[in-house]
Design a protein around this ligand. Structure first.
Ligand code: SF4
Length: 352
């Protein structure tokens, strides 16, 4: 959806915007279901990247305890618990800049994915930068969705990260699309961006071809020790407007109410569901920040007449529109060699 159209929607009177988003939502998602995703950090902290919002960057003193890659048995234990608790999707985040074929850590990840994918949940991973080969190997091992957020607009991105570029992000997304994985990609509000930046981000996401299967909308949870520790909290009504615009711009994507949900009242969460959110991170901990307890989430869904969505292990990614060029468009020859064993991280699904 073009920026000017997004802007027109964003500037509508609040209830008019909600009414339109609700109509789009009901047309595309009549089941009144919410996807429950459990997110597990399988390798935490020690990241060489400098994302200004992130507790896991080794450049900032946030007090976060660095942890190496979790043993497969522990991951399986957590995955079974997530499944038994009703999770639809199990998302694993590893704090690396990226992964490369032939390295021990990538072999370990493939081994973990193979086993987790036998549990009947959708399997999502976020491992940072991927080449075409790595993307195919992950898909073959059983990954259904790859998370790689674009965070904000192209214009604002260099203000929050300097160690990789917007185009690096887009290239990985394209590799995931081409390997046949669904793409989960969204952003973070509260990074010092303007409303225009937020809408430019949605414009980029809505132009992906094939479209993203899910779009997480995070609100910054400022972390002491990061450059963004003093950022203003995200205004709830602005968050609802962004969810409504995401619903309108990318009607068939699941819109995930992600980081920052912990600080929302029940009423604010209800408004987000009404505006088009139909996916949440579920469980007690979201990477390194607190998340509403699972039983409170289920109680709220019941109160609102919503129910947990069933997992779709066979999930095919959204089809590409054959009348348009594939997007994001990327320049292949710009792929940077990655230090395969560097213990760098790359979580993007939520600001830690
Ligand atoms: S968001 Fe990811 S890449 Fe950026 S510092 Fe955090 S862990 Fe590293």
């Amino acid at each position: 959806m073009h920026f000017t159209e997004l802007q027109r929607h964003y500037e509508l009177p609040f209830f008019e915007l909600l009414k339109r988003a609700r109509a789009v939502h009901e047309e595309n998602w009549p089941e009144r279901e919410v996807q429950l995703c459990t997110l597990l950090s399988i390798k935490t902290g020690g990241c060489s990247e400098d994302c200004g919002y992130c507790a896991q960057s080794s450049r900032y003193s946030t007090g976060l305890q660095r942890e190496s890659l979790m043993a497969k048995e522990t991951v399986m234990e957590r995955a079974r618990a997530a499944r038994d608790n009703g999770s639809t999707r199990f998302c694993m985040g590893a704090a690396w800049k990226g992964v490369r074929m032939g390295t021990q850590k990538f072999e370990q990840i493939i081994d973990i994915v193979r086993d987790v994918s036998t549990l009947g949940m959708e399997v999502c991973v976020t491992l940072g930068e991927l080449g075409a080969e790595e993307a195919t190997a992950l898909k073959d091992a059983g990954v259904t969705a790859y998370n790689h957020n674009i965070d904000t607009s192209r214009e604002h991105y260099p203000n929050i990260v300097t160690t990789h570029t917007y185009d690096d992000r887009l290239r990985t997304i394209r590799h995931a699309q081409e390997a046949g994985m669904s793409v989960c990609s969204g952003g973070i509000l509260g990074l010092g961006e303007t409303i225009e930046d937020r809408l430019r981000m949605l414009e980029t996401l809505s132009e992906f071809n094939p479209p993203p299967e899910s779009v997480p909308i995070n609100s910054l949870m400022p972390v002491k020790g990061t450059p963004m520790e003093g950022n203003e909290p995200v205004d709830v009504l602005s968050l609802v407007r962004m969810i409504a615009c995401a619903r309108i711009a990318i009607p068939q994507a699941k819109v995930r109410l992600s980081a920052g949900r912990y600080s929302l009242s029940k009423e604010a969460q209800a408004m987000c569901y009404f505006a088009g959110a139909n996916s949440i991170f579920y469980g007690d901990k979201l990477l390194t920040t607190a998340n509403p307890r699972a039983n409170e989430d289920l109680a709220l869904l019941r109160e609102l007449g919503l129910s947990p969505q069933r997992p779709d292990r066979e999930m095919s990614p959204p089809p590409a529109n054959p009348d348009r060029a594939l997007a994001p468009a990327v320049e292949r020859d710009l792929v940077q060699p990655l230090d395969a064993e560097a213990d760098e991280c790359e979580f993007k699904p939520v600001p830690a």
